[in-house]
Write a protein that binds this ligand. Sequence first.
Ligand SMILES: *Cc1c(COP(=O)(O)O)cnc(C)c1O
Length: 368
Amino acid sequence: MTKTQETVLEISLSALEHNYNFILSKIKPDTKFLAVTKAFAYGSDACKIAKKLENLGVDYFAVAYTKEGVELRNAGIKTPILVLHPQAVNFKIILEYNLEPNLYSKKILEEFLEVAKQENKSNYPVHIKFNTGLNRLGFTKEAIPKIITTILNDNTLHVQSIFSHLAASEDLNEKKFTQDQINEFLKIKEEIEKLLPYSITTHMANTSGILNYPEAHFSMVRSGIGLYGYGNNPEFDKKLKPVATLKTIISQKHILEPGKSIGYNRAFIAEKTIVTATLPIGHADGIGRQYGQGKTFVEVNGKKALIVGNVCMDMIMIDVTNIDCKEGDEVIIFGQEQSAEDFATTANTISYELLTGISSRVKRALII
Ligand SMILES: *Cc1c(COP(=O)(O)O)cnc(C)c1O
């Protein structure tokens, strides 16, 4: 890895390829792979990540919102893109950019059908989502006859897939709940397959679903966090490589005599003489105030340094009393050495939140 001269989020495409191959090794050769690239590919760089994954041969992409799908198309992505939360106001754009909506309610289905008819579409691919226990988005099993009659009434829409989402696939204390979700989805699949005159793709498993529940793979799997190097479990984390490494440098060092304070509201007061270093990264970059006040470490020249005092908008201060370091030295916030999961855990949150919260002010740099 190169030494940095400013705050940068390094994105490793070889780590991405490693993670893709690892997850691929967990599924059957004929199971399709959908890569989730919502939220800037979990805070990294959606277009660059999608390009790499398209070259590696993924079958599908999923984004949360329409705008994210448009960005992938504008970057030249040709692979089918499922929009998980499409929203009626965007239906014309969805059709224009050849994106495929998740239709999760009667209202959304009827509204999309109407717009697709106006645009003279035929056999337009759509994905029907079922709620099996997450209670977030999705039809219930009881809606099946009505959905199928609506869709088979003319040839405007084609059911490309049906899917559901697991609520607790990473939590093995919830095995029974997850099994019930899988069984419910199996029943939905059987009923739909009886009513539709063509075959469909079926999918349910996110990363932890893929790793923990082979019986939930169906004909396609959807991986997000695993591709970016995190497996919601120390055993899988060891097999995966973090794609994103957040680095910065030391801007200045200070000596704090006993009784002197540092930062806003004097949140830290030195009890003995300490040496601090100021870093050019703060809550406006995605390192929130919850990481301040002596809870979280960063890494300086291979040693751990605690964040002291309050996190500022544009800077943080760390304790480097026992670390041999100077202005300009590199500091690793998280990445291969200290994982985003470990960093996030210090503030009772998860890698997903930390990664997707790194703001657009932080430069993204692709590395091989
Ligand atoms: C975000 C999301 C995923 C990806 O989940 P990971 O845990 O990151 O693998 C899969 N499916 C749906 C519906 C999602 O919203």
